[in-house]
Design a binder for this molecule. Sequence first.
Ligand code: ATP
Ligand code: MG
Length: 776
Amino acid sequence: MDYLKGLNESQYEAVTTLEGPLMVLAGAGSGKTRVLTMRIAHLITNGVDPFNILALTFTNKAAREMKERIAKVVGESDARSLWMGTFHSVFARLLRSEAHYLGFPSNFTIYDTQDSLNVLKKVLKEMNIDSDVYKPKKVLGRISQYKNNLITVNAYFNNPEIIEADERANMKLMGEIYRKYVDTCFRSGAMDFDDLLLRTNELLTRFPEVLAKYQDRFRYILVDEYQDTNHSQYLIVKALASKFENICVVGDDAQSIYSFRGANIYNILNFKKDYPDAHTVSLEQNYRSTQNIVNAANVVISKNLQQFKKNVFSENEEGEKIKIYRSLSDADEANFVASNIWEIRNREQRKFEEFAILYRTNSQTRAFEDALRKRNIPYRVYGGLSFYQRKEVKDLIGYLRLLVNENDSEALLRVINYPARGIGETTQNKLIVFADQNNISIAELLSNLGFYAPRLGLNNGVLNKLGEFWSMIKAFQVMLKQDNVYNVAMEVSKRSGLIKLLKDDQTPEGISRVENVQELLNSMQGFLEEQQQLEDGDASLSNFLENIALSADTQRNDDEEDMVSLMTIHLSKGLEFPVVHLVGLEENLFPSFMSSSSREELEEERRLFYVALTRAEKQAFFTYAISRFQWGKITDAEPSRFLSEIDSEFLEFINPAMERRTINRSGLSSSIFDEAPSAETPFFKKKEAKRTIGSTPKEEAVPKNLKPVATARIINPSGQSSQDIEVGDHVRHDRFGVGEVIFLDGTDPNNIKAKVHFANEGEKNLILKFAKLTKI
Ligand code: ATP
Ligand code: MG
């Protein structure tokens, strides 16, 4: 029982209390996930059949890691039999076996958010609804809310309160849109993400025999990150656990960050009400982070009124202070982070995978990707536009989806005229409307084209093209019955004309699109091999498609594992990294401008901040920019209020000489800003401060022959000398805007070179004589 040795007393208690309801409510890094993992191992060691254990995690990555750890204790084969994964993946699997109860085919398609949006846009168009008023994303968000609160279409129309609420919001067509959207998905044999939970609830409520079957099957249920379960998830867990009540939930109310998606913090707070006999355990020691990080995080979260007071402490080393870097622009910020990573990796012999860059919104990624690529630092972006969502990849997947489920109209319309084969939008619209009016799928229409043709109003040329397209699909389907997924996908990409179309484009982007398709094919081969090795392997195309539909937080298997991780804070929950860069700490970005109007929203932003900071084990860096390229223009930015909420004893500025100006601009009055050295700090000191974190991009990129000189004259093209200019001066350039002089070189007045770091353009090497710089 070696695995029990490393646990503290409370952890031991939680791991070894096997029967009955149990809740672990505890702060970040206190070992909740570890307890859950060890508890599963302990259950199996004590004779519980792994088939009877259901473990729900927040990400696929977490599930994979947990399984690996459990396998080390109980062996591979037992670990493999566990039902473990995200709510969505576990219940998608359950729904596949039971789909017929609900009138769905077992090979139903899973729509990701982009697919759902496409479907919704078509619905709005067909209903002639102005999508400026009914913004698709907003409408989809509302539909998602209904679903997560188990408001089906029928329930909607029987609920005057919701109808009135939608009317007040000037969205009185919501009910009709909702109905039509649900119908369209149903007819396509497709479920969106929320359906996976809603339909599971429907299944368990309407069919007692199914409920009984899974209650018996899942005798032990464990849920990680319970604070972020939504109502729909809560009900599923409650229903399944109600027979044996062997349910263990772990969570932290201070890390509840998904209320915008319907997560309900009261699920964890009311656990005791649901299970009056529940045993509760609290964990107080944080094993993840340095004392400095834990204490700083505690200070921030204590500003929230709505929370359980928890005592969290660390007995790890005190650690370094959190370092703050103030940058001139988003590009500057990204350059700093990239070189900082490079520097620390070399100095401390770390691997790239020990670093994370966390941001508030996905749109911040690009600058970091550019900066990392420039330095050849391998990285992986989680979430956002994943590999499987790239257009060319989705196009091929569209064909494959259609082979598995021909009623999937979204897939069908995606590929029917791609590559172009003369089946234009007008024709497609006719098909959509006709299918809708006759309550059939487009596939049915195409399969019986001769029968419907007289009423379709299409000319013979178009009818022929439709016929050809459909026979091609049918031929692929026949092939799928006899051949493996890889060969079929190869054939599809060739015969459909997809590869040829992509290959015709010889631009770098075009080439990379071909590579992506190739990569998808490779991943199918990997999938085949993997499934062949598994005892209960399933190498079917529909299993492949399901895996990728639910893989938003996993990326394709790169050969290279040692990479810097880039992700939103939301995705980082539960993870840990030795070195964390938390970037974009600016008002209106973090806290987000959409979430700082009410106290509740602000408290959620603060919880996000708490989550971000507590990911760091050894070192945390905060960065912010004073101007940022956003929504197509450069905007001024002010430091985030969260920075001022942390006591100065936990913080240290990397570029201190600048801070006084920052504080003046923002009006923040935190002590850290007051204590920062004045702007008159001697130059050498400023540089020294920079060196403590290693060479900044500015220094790194300086050619060896460029030596700093103290001053130089700005000479305008006419040869006249003007103001003196020094390293460290701020200057303006006609085209590049505002920047800081980093290096000067040369004595010949006609040939003085300056290296200037511009806020928005990055570094430029200029010859002063021609550069027309103005000192500011
Ligand atoms: P979060 O709230 O962020 O999800 P958590 O409470 O789930 O955190 P874990 O991820 O389980 O915390 O643990 C944090 C780190 O502390 C992990 O690296 C884990 O291995 C380590 N840890 C937990 N308990 C102990 C212990 N008793 N001894 C040594 N290390 C421990
Ligand atoms: Mg955890």
